[in-house]
Design a protein around this ligand. Structure first.
Ligand code: SF4
Length: 165
């Protein structure tokens, strides 16, 4: 018998894999275990999006801000292409009666921030979704999150339990 619960959350790549983060900003040895644990203990599947910065520039890139990434030739096009693939996957889930809990971004990332100055990748993704009238809840990992420390996960827990932040 098929056990799946058909519930999915879309995660920015580095929540599961800090090895893609620009140096020296990794906040965990591997992934954000406290966040991942809250997701998997609820039997929610994780759909990991790609890391555009890593794919475009690799692990030894220099830290850059939104304007610099926005001006980087080909970067927005790359994000747009990848965002389209994310949308296509979202569509497949929705058409097959999966529940998408939402999208988790990274606050203040020039690429994956959702609130404030949206990152380039999330700008492209949310534009594609809005153009198609798809509304999904979203939250971000706070800039304060640090593995091995006490983190306030209330917003995450509410989000995973289906309460809008
Ligand atoms: S915030 Fe986005 S671009 Fe930056 S390391 Fe994480 S996944 Fe990659």
């Amino acid at each position: 018998m098929d056990k799946r619960e058909k519930r999915i959350v879309f995660l920015c790549h580095c929540i599961l894999n800090q090895n893609t983060v620009v140096e020296p900003l990794a906040r965990a040895k591997g992934g954000y275990n406290q966040i991942i644990y809250e997701i998997i203990k609820r039997d929610i599947g994780i759909h990991q999006m790609i890391c555009p910065e890593f794919e475009f520039l690799g692990p030894s890139r220099k830290p850059m801000n939104y304007d610099e990434y926005d001006a980087l030739e080909g970067f927005r096009q790359k994000c747009q292409k990848e965002a389209l693939k994310v949308y296509e996957n979202i569509k497949k889930y929705l058409e097959n009666d999966y529940k998408i809990i939402g999208i988790i971004g990274i606050n203040e990332s020039p690429t994956c921030s959702i609130s404030g100055q949206r990152g380039v990748y999330m700008e492209e993704l949310f534009k594609i979704l809005e153009d198609r009238d798809i509304k999904l809840p979203s939250i971000e990992v706070s800039t304060k999150y640090m593995e091995d420390e006490q983190n306030d996960l209330k917003i995450l827990i509410d989000f995973l339990n289906g309460q809008e932040p």
